[in-house]
Design a protein around this ligand. Sequence first.
Ligand code: C5P
Length: 245
Amino acid sequence: MPLATRTDIPVIAIDGPSGAGKGTVAAAVADRLGWHLLDSGALYRVIALVASRQGLDQRDGPALANLIGGLDVAFSPAGVTVGGVDETLAIRDDAVGGAASIVAAIPEVRNALLATQRRFRDHPGLVADGRDMGTVVFPDAAAKVFLTASAESRAQRRLLQLRDMQRLNENRAGGRVSRRSQPVVPEFDALLRELEARDARDRERTVSPLVPAPDAHTVDTTAMTIDEVVSTVMAHVAKHVPLDG
Ligand code: C5P
């Protein structure tokens, strides 16, 4: 469907820094509404992963844009594949997250991904999670939410998430996991430092910096459970998006 006719499809934009709960909340909201989900961070992670494997310079805009043009990325409820290979766990590695925030600062990369992200806008609606969903990719989103939390609580959540992933990986492989395929779980202090460095890069870059859209509803999730955040977001959505039923 051409882009021009998609603007009548409602979008809920959920933005914020790493570890604020965006991914979990966006998935829960999309699930409740039966809408599509865009995890835009996963796209930047895929680019960082493939660029690193190909030995590309993380700051070479034209080479990265060229790489994006030829990428075969597919999302499913089970995860993400690149060229048919399951990379769900590989892109969650913390080093890949750090590299993603470096390639994400390159204007050619952001431009090359704009149309890809907008193609996720499909009936009956889209929940989009990222840093610039409400400001740049879907500025006409019907509802915009900006999730924040203290850096310490975000690092703590990220640590638990990485440990869960490690356990999942071990269970999947029946305990036989090679070091190479296992995501590395850093210490809390290292994770906090890396998260703060990533936040700074995301906030200070010149293209699409991490800022709340002027019309976004900001929610500080530091002292909230995921269920509380989902209810708060749903209450905001109900005020701005006409929902059936
Ligand atoms: O959300 P996630 O941690 O998976 O994103 C990885 C990195 O991708 C972020 O640190 C950020 O630099 C970048 N990103 C972005 N714009 C988005 C989504 C992610 O710049 N919309």
